[in-house]
Design a protein around this ligand. Sequence first.
Ligand SMILES: Nc1ncnc2c1ncn2[C@@H]1O[C@H](COP(=O)(O)OP(=O)(O)OP(=O)(O)O)[C@@H](O)[C@H]1O
Length: 276
Amino acid sequence: MIEISNLTFGYSKKKLLFKNLNLKLQMGHIYGLLGKNGAGKSTLLKNLAGLVFPQEGLCSLNGYNSAGRLPGFLQELFFIPEEMHLPSITASQFVRSTAHFYPKFNEEQYYKMLTEFDVPTSSVLGKLSFGQQKKVMIAFGLATNTSLLIMDEPTNGLDIPSKVKFRKIIAGALTDNRCIVISTHQIRDLDSLIDSLLVLHEQEIVLNLSLEEIAERIQFTNAAQANKAAVLYEESNSIGISTISANHNGAFSKVDMEMLFNAIISGHQPVIDILK
Ligand SMILES: Nc1ncnc2c1ncn2[C@@H]1O[C@H](COP(=O)(O)OP(=O)(O)OP(=O)(O)O)[C@@H](O)[C@H]1O
């Protein structure tokens, strides 16, 4: 279990990014973390990973306080940052030097994923392209089999076929004993991958629901199909007018994550309230 309780954090005391933020994440799920530029997504993930420390409150993983950074915590967490600087060693040497920090590391899984991603194992990591470096870290992170895997903008730098492989590989690596959190602006890259959506907005987590729970409460339709009285939000796009309405008749529709995100960050309170 991953828990953030009453987290207050700011890089300077004058400008807090979070105030009394609370969040619980469950094992066996892939969460997509969305928020506007500068909302604090990376910072929230860094608090969770024990890379920065709360001014108040606590982040914990399986009972370990992140800020304590004890071995029992570190061996159950893998964090893939947005930008990284890999050493001048090969993917195979990297395993030999680093994998022993992760007791559940699976070498076979690692090499299988590198093959699927088409990354050469004999090249020096620091000389690989940005996208290839990302793939090595994604493969390594998944192969650690830690309880918590955090990825900050993992699909940045991946080409289109690699994004498809990324979704397939991640979906195949989820187990009941692990939780994967992916922060991204590329909402479409997470389509058919995440099962739960988190939205960070104005110092708080304003949404933490599974896509199933969202679809139980609201419907995504075009304006012609919508029950006008139940419409909570609408927006024009290339195919006409799309709407979000209250789900009064129990009909399921596919969650349009981009439209939902737009509705929330533009402050459409009826949408926020119905999902509370
Ligand atoms: N090390 C730091 N020192 C001071 N301020 C920082 C530091 N890192 C981030 N910030 C500031 O904290 C705020 C949140 O940054 P953060 O990178 O967490 O947001 P984000 O939601 O991940 O943004 P983006 O979507 O643009 O990547 C920004 O205003 C940023 O300038």
